[in-house]
Design a protein around this ligand. Structure first.
Ligand code: PRP
Ligand code: URA
Ligand code: MG
Length: 211
């Protein structure tokens, strides 16, 4: 069986900004700002192969056939809470995108994803959906998010994260072999609490200042 592709975004701007985010003394304000900046850079990568169509336009000089993105508007699907950290950056490049909110939290004992909210555009079947969450640890949250989108008809899903653990990638690839992954880095492993090592800690808490 084929597995989904994993694209590590090695661009120096992404790598530099990620290193800043890993620093334990970085402020909430700075952490949030950089996550948004990286969201914008990852948006550029994840949309690289979107299909174009030629559309008749008029420049001030003459008519021409000009390329524009084909199909319906994309849907951006952040997994709450930390996924929201990518949203403004992505929206800066795709201001007309639709948004699907996926409320999931990770049970600290079982590490299973627990659903608490889901609201998406009705017609996901003919839209490209960009699922996003900075952290792919066990993979339970990303897998649940992709399944919820598929239950609502989504067929073209791409998953964007900031940091991935090998364990999370393996799980995601086995459950969603049709969903390609973009990440800024693949770290060493998970610790006994399911946190990514070396990682950056708890992304949601660092973003929202809740610890
Ligand atoms: O791959 P997993 O093992 O599922 O872990 C990753 C999930 O854990 C964190 O969310 P958390 O439950 O802390 O919620 P939060 O974003 O609201 O803080 C993170 O934002 C991911 O959603
Ligand atoms: O390292 C981790 C693992 C899960 N969630 C986080 O925010 N960080
Ligand atoms: Mg959290």
């Amino acid at each position: 069986m084929s597995t989904s592709s994993v694209n590590v975004v090695a661009h120096p701007l992404v790598q530099h900004k990620l290193s800043l985010m890993r620093e334990k003394d970085r402020s909430t304000k700075s952490f949030r700002e950089i996550l948004n900046e990286i969201g914008m850079l990852l948006a550029y990568e994840v949309t690289r192969d979107l299909p174009l169509e030629l559309v008749e336009i008029e420049t001030p000089i003459s008519p021409m056939q000009a390329p524009k993105i084909a199909g319906k508007k994309l849907t951006l699907a952040p997994i709450l809470r930390a996924g929201v950290g990518f949203l403004d950056g992505m929206l800066a490049l795709m201001p007309s995108a639709r948004i699907a909110h996926i409320g999931l939290y990770r049970d600290p004992e079982t590490l299973q994803a627990v659903e608490y909210y889901f609201k998406a555009p009705q017609d996901l079947s003919d839209r490209t959906v960009i699922l996003m969450d900075p952290m792919l640890a066990t993979g339970n949250s990303a897998c649940a998010g992709a399944s919820l989108l598929k239950d609502r008809g989504a067929r073209d899903i791409r998953f964007v994260c900031l940091l991935a653990a090998p364990e999370g990638i393996a799980k995601f690839q086995s459950e969603h072999p049709d969903v390609p992954v973009w990440t800024a880095a693949i770290d060493e492993r998970l610790n006994d609490h399911g946190y990514i090592v070396p990682g950056l800690g708890d992304a949601g808490d660092r973003m929202f200042g809740t610890k």
